[in-house]
Design a protein around this ligand. Sequence first.
Ligand code: KIV
Length: 278
Amino acid sequence: MDKKFTVKSFQKAKEEKRQISVLTAYDYSIAKILDSAGVDALLVGDSLGMVVQGNDSTLSVTLDVMIYHAKAVTRAAKRALVVVDMPFMSYHTSANEAVRNAGRLMKEGGAQAIKLEGGVEFADTIRQIVRAQIPVMGHIGMTPQSLHMFGGFKVQGKSIEQAQKIIDDAKALEEAGVFAITLECVPDELSKIITEIVNVPTIGIGAGKYCDGQVLVSNDMLGMFSDFVPKFVKQFAHLSTDIKTAVTTYIEEINAGNFPQKEHTFSIDKEVLDSLNK
Ligand code: KIV
């Protein structure tokens, strides 16, 4: 196994200009595959509200649900850093509550870092979480928990005002002590500027190739979630097709009496059978 990837490795990767790979994970089996394939960090994203729970946004995800999934993922991750999302309303009401809830993700969920959405307006909260010795990843640009403020899942940073706000957010996050910044759905020229301005690594999703690393929702990139496929997603596999083929074959084989075969079946000693048949 390669050396454990830590928050320090994020900084080192930026300095060495080595791209950082991040994927979401929500359960033990998938997390184990992603970790053994060598992904640098696993994000237990609140996107699970959509791809696992089937909601049309992330807003209803609770802290207890995040802890439940974090436990499963941290049991599987040997090398990858496990970052866990703070869900909507778990850090918005006060910095004290935010620190307490971030602490629960670490103590109960086994998180090695947390991520929260927002820039300038959350800088003080982030500072207090970092002061509690909890590494924080920032998340700016199109922040899905602000869906209703944005009027939908819309690319951010196309106007001068929006672009300047995202630059200010990135600077505020760096100053507050984040170890990395997720940039979601912003034009690639803007993420290039931000990646050059800040000293912490930027991790892009729908933010082009100039970031210091990339993150995707694994269900999207594995072709398992087709309710909608965002423009920035590349499907590196088509697992929903593979799964459908496997399941239809299973049904056909059961109906045809071809499954299970002898090798899938347990047997009983002859004397036991004879006595049962008496
Ligand atoms: O919840 C999530 O999966 C995320 C990624 C989209 C970055 O925050």
